[in-house]
Every structure is written in structure tokens, then in C-alpha cells.
Design a binder for this molecule. Sequence first.
Ligand code: UT7
Length: 333
Amino acid sequence: MSKKIRAAITGVGGYVPDYVLTNKELEKMVETNDEWIVSRTGIKERRILKGDNQGVSVMGIAAVKELIAKTGVDPKEIDLILFATVTADMTFPASANIVATAVGATNAFSYDISAACSGFLYGLATGASFIESGRYKKVVVIGGDKMSAIIDYTDRSTCIIFGDGAGCVLLEPTEEDAGVMDSILRSDGSGEGYLHMKAGGSRLPASHDTVDKRLHYVYQEGSAVFKFAVTNMAEVAAQVAERNHLTADSIQWLVPHQANKRIIDATASRVGVKDERVMMNIERYGNTTSGTIPLLLWDYEKKLKKGDNLILAAFGGGFTWGAIYVKWAYNPK
Ligand code: UT7
């Protein structure tokens, strides 16, 4: 009997822009202060992609180029590139198409995935399914957002949270007991009203009026989203752990979406994972939406060992949420 093919993560790439937007600088832009931001969110600074004509693909390209350099994969052998983002360069074509051509992945097909902060998890599960089908051997999944393009820097309740960045992984088939082991993905469209961008889509296309009314920015009812996030992200992480018989002792790493340190702490406490095993970079990058989870893998890659059990978990606009159990497939190189 042939063994089950799983999708192993065989490399990680990442990119964050150089410009650092500190809490101190935000204090000059809106009525806020470092103490409030740190105590309510855990964020100290975030990165911003500056310059004209710089779309999210700029960060996706840099991340994938780093992945190619690190893994030595021939770009022509990449079958598929998925880009999870809500800040694509344009409504169409997909930013994944732009990345594929820029990195020389001339034999790949490519498309974007829109699932807000859960985008990377949706992309990882989708990419893994292509590998598990047996038809595709090399899939790149990118998660990234240029949130600064859709943030209102006069709104103190959203501008302090978000930042820009992108990370990516390479998926390849393995017959070993490793890779993407299980996933639970959920969505609930009734959450639309709490977190969305009102204009610029087909329902309310851009006009003078939509610009005048500042409708092209993230609208968030923070405390309502917080309540849904805290419950659902913690629950789904616990569910995927329990159904794979993982206890707190057998989970080496919790990899939580970085929206708010208080949500991360609640998820860690529900799963029973101690602080030192919770990946965290919110203090340096803020909430990069689809970028948070691959950027965590990028930051912590050197600490990960073959066989480590990782629980990835996210919650975001839609609402969308989910958790994925990954068994790490390689030792630090
Ligand atoms: O990434 C995917 C989904 N997003 C999330 O998961 C985000 C979830 N939500 C949150 O992280 C939090 O709700 C926020 C960080 C956005 C806000 O924190 P909060 O503790 O929920 O604050 P709040 O909105 O309930 O506001 C509490 C107070 C208000 O003042 P009053 O009405 O009590 O006088 C706000 O006006 O804090 C005030 N406030 C601020 N004060 C200083 C709101 N933003 C700020 C600020 N600086 N930046």
C-alpha cells in the first residue's frame, strides 16, 4: 500500500520594510501614548512600506526571493504560488501573478486568497491539498499585507495596531510523518459589520463622495472583534490539538496570529502552552494581517527542530478563523 503524501514545509522566507513607525511617532499623529498601546496591545513598533508605486507584491517578491536563495529551489520548478492578502496591488490581476513573474516562476500558476488575518492559514491548507493530490510538487504560499495603504492615520483605534510585512513557505511532498497534519478552518459572514472596508469594492465603488467620507480605510469595532477573536481563536486551537491527541507537553510551539497580545495570551492559556513556547513578534511588527504567521516562522526558524509539533491559529475579518497542526520537517540549517 502506498504511503500517504503530506505537504512538508521545507523552507521559509520573509521581508519587512526598513521604516520603523514607533509608538512615540504615533503620539505625534493621534491622541495616544506608548503606555496605552503597550498595555492594551503589546505593540511597540511596526514597519511601513514607504515610496511611490510600492504594492504588497514588493514585499512578496523579496520574501520569495529569499526563500529561493535559502532553499536553492529552481523557480522554474515551482508549480503554484498562492498569495494571501487583502491589500493586493490592484483589484486585479492577482499580486501572486506579479510575484510569480518577478521571481522567474514561469511554469507556475498563481492566484490570491482573501481571508483577512486568517489568509495564510487558508492558503497553507489550500497549498497542502494541491501537494497531497499528488499532482503538484512545489507550492509557495505567501502571506502579506501592506496595511498602511488602507489605514486611517487619524483613527487612533486602528492606526496603532497595523503594520506591513510578508512571509512565505515552500511546500513539498513527503512520505514521512511530518508536514501539514490537520486543519480546521471556519468563516461567518455575519461578522462583516464589525471589520471591513466600506468602499472600493463592487458594492460601493470609489467616488469623490466615498473619498470625502473616508470610506477607503479599515473600519473596526475593536472591542466586539476582540470578544469574537478571544473565544474563537482559543477554541479552534484547542480543538485541533485535542483531536490530534496533543497535550500541552507535546506542543512545542503555539504560532498565533499577532493582533493583540491579550488575545495571544488567552489562546496560550486555553491550550495550556507556556509563554516561552508561544511565538511572538507583535512588539516589533504589530498586526501585519496575513503576514503575521509566516513572519513568526521566519523569525523562529532557527529554533525549530524536526518533529516539533506546532499549532498555528488565527482570527480575522469575515469573520474567518482557524487552526492548523504542523509537524516541523527539518532541523536548523
Ligand atoms: O486582526 C484581526 C482582528 N482584529 C483584532 O483581533 C483586534 C481586536 N481588538 C483589539 O485588539 C482591541 O479592541 C483594540 C486594541 C483595537 C482596542 O482596545 P480596547 O481595549 O478594546 O479599547 P476600546 O476600543 O474598548 O476603547 C477603550 C478606551 C476608549 O475610551 P473611553 O471611551 O473608555 O473613554 C477609547 O476611546 O480607550 C480609548 N482608546 C485609546 N486611548 C488611547 C482607543 N484607542 C486608543 C488609543 N490610545 N490608541
